[in-house]
Design a protein around this ligand. Structure first.
Ligand code: NAG
Length: 130
């Protein structure tokens, strides 16, 4: 069968446009404290990534396709974190805040999630818990 752009229907072109995106990885590491396991449960509007246990110093990561939209991506992944008797939550990926990160590394500390910034200099920035 011959293939030419004449065969590309409008719905297909729209689909290709909407499916265009970047693969983003979010890495979550346990910096809570020696010997303390961290329980992580992340979700988005469409996905439940399940519960994961990260041992101290360990890491758990997930990847997703960050869809490009002319009006801006609205991808949001929110997580709950628990250790000992503590329970906290944080938006681990918010497209408005994290548009410039394709490998988002988070170090989870008792005081909040920390990430390395590179502008204007490399420094560690810690967010308060939500
Ligand atoms: C995402 O982050 C932006 C900028 O910090 C904030 O204004 C917005 O409310 C956040 N979105 C959600 C759904 O929390």
């Amino acid at each position: 069968m011959a293939f030419s752009t004449k065969n590309l229907s409008l719905p297909l072109i729209l689909f290709m446009l909407l499916a265009w995106g970047d693969c983003t990885v979010v890495r979550i590491s346990n910096d809570i404290g020696q010997g303390t396991n961290l329980m992580v449960h992340c979700k988005s509007g469409d996905d439940d990534l399940g519960k994961h246990v990260i041992s101290y110093g360990g890491e758990w990561a997930f990847t997703f396709l960050n869809n490009w939209r002319p009006w801006g991506s609205t991808t949001l992944f929110y997580c709950s974190f628990s250790w000992g008797r503590e329970f906290r939550r944080f938006d681990i990926y918010n497209a408005t805040r994290d548009f410039d990160c394709f490998e988002c590394k988070w170090s989870i500390t008792p005081d909040g999630p920390c990430t390395d910034m590179f502008v204007p200099d490399v420094y560690r920035f810690c967010y308060p818990w939500d």
